[in-house]
Design a protein around this ligand. Sequence first.
Ligand code: NAD
Length: 259
Amino acid sequence: MIRVAVAGAAGRMGRLIVQNVVQDEELELAQAFDVREIGKDAGEIAGVGRIGVPITDAKEMEKVLDADVLVDFTTAEAAVENIRIASQKGVKLVVGTTGFTEEHWKKIEEYCKNVPAVISPNFSVGVNIFWKLVEFAVQFLKDYDIEILEMHHRFKKDAPSGTALKAAEIIKKYLGDKKLVFGREGVCPRGDEIGVFAIRGGDIVGEHTVFFIGMGERIEITHRALSRQAFASGAIKAVKWIAKVDKPGIYGMNDVLGL
Ligand code: NAD
C-alpha cells in the first residue's frame, strides 16, 4: 500500500484526489491537510463518506507529516512551503499547484535535490499529448504567427494558466526568445511575439488552443478538459510512478507517461 497525504484536501482538486485515493486498492489515505474545514473528516468533505482521517491544520504539517507521497494542490506560496517540509522529511511529492514565480522555482529546485517529485502544471494525459503536438507543429511552422488562448472557470487565481505558459516555453525552445504579449490594447502592430490570452468565466474546467496562423491557412491545436477527473487520474498515475523512484529530482508527466 502506498500511503498518501493530500495538501489542499478541502479544495476542488484535493477533494477529488481524496476520492480517488480512497477508491484505489493500491493507495491508502494517510493524512489530509488544509487551512479550512480543519477537524472534519476528509472523506465526508470529499463526498465519499466517513473514512476516519480528519483534515489537519496545514500549520501542523512540519510536526506530523508521515506518508510515502504528498500530493499538493494548494496555492503557489503554500506549495513551496509544503515542498520544503516534505523534502526535509524524505516524503516524495506530486505537485499540481500552478502560479510559481522564478523565486519559487529556485527554492523548489533546491528542495527537490533531496527528494523525488513529479511537478506538472497539467496532469491530464491529453494535455501532455497536446504539448507534444505543439512541439511537433512548431518545428515545421516557424514562419507562422503563433497565439495561445486559454479558458478557465471564474475562480482560477493565476493567469495565464501554467499549461499555456508551458506551451509558450515549448514554442520558445524552437523559435528563440520570442516576447510573450499578454493581451493587446491600443495601437499594437504585431511584432516578433506570441500573444497569450486568458478568458475567465463560469465553470469552464480548462481549455487551451495554440493557433499557427499563416497566409491563407490556420492550424489550431486544442485540448478541452471536460472534467477535473482528467487531472486526478493523471495525478494518481504520478503517485504510483514516483513511489517506485528513488533518485531525487524534479520529474514531469512526460516521464510518468514515458513520452
Ligand atoms: P482550490 O482553491 O479549490 O483549493 C486549494 C485548497 O488549498 C483550498 O482548500 C485551500 O484552503 C488550501 N490551502 C491553502 N493554503 C494551504 C496550505 N498551506 N496547506 C494546505 N492547504 C492549503 O483550488 P483548486 O482548483 O483545487 O486548484 C489548486 C491548484 O491546483 C491551483 O494552483 C490550480 O491552478 C492547480 N491545478 C492544477 C491542475 C494540474 O493538473 N496540475 C489541475 C487543476 C488545478
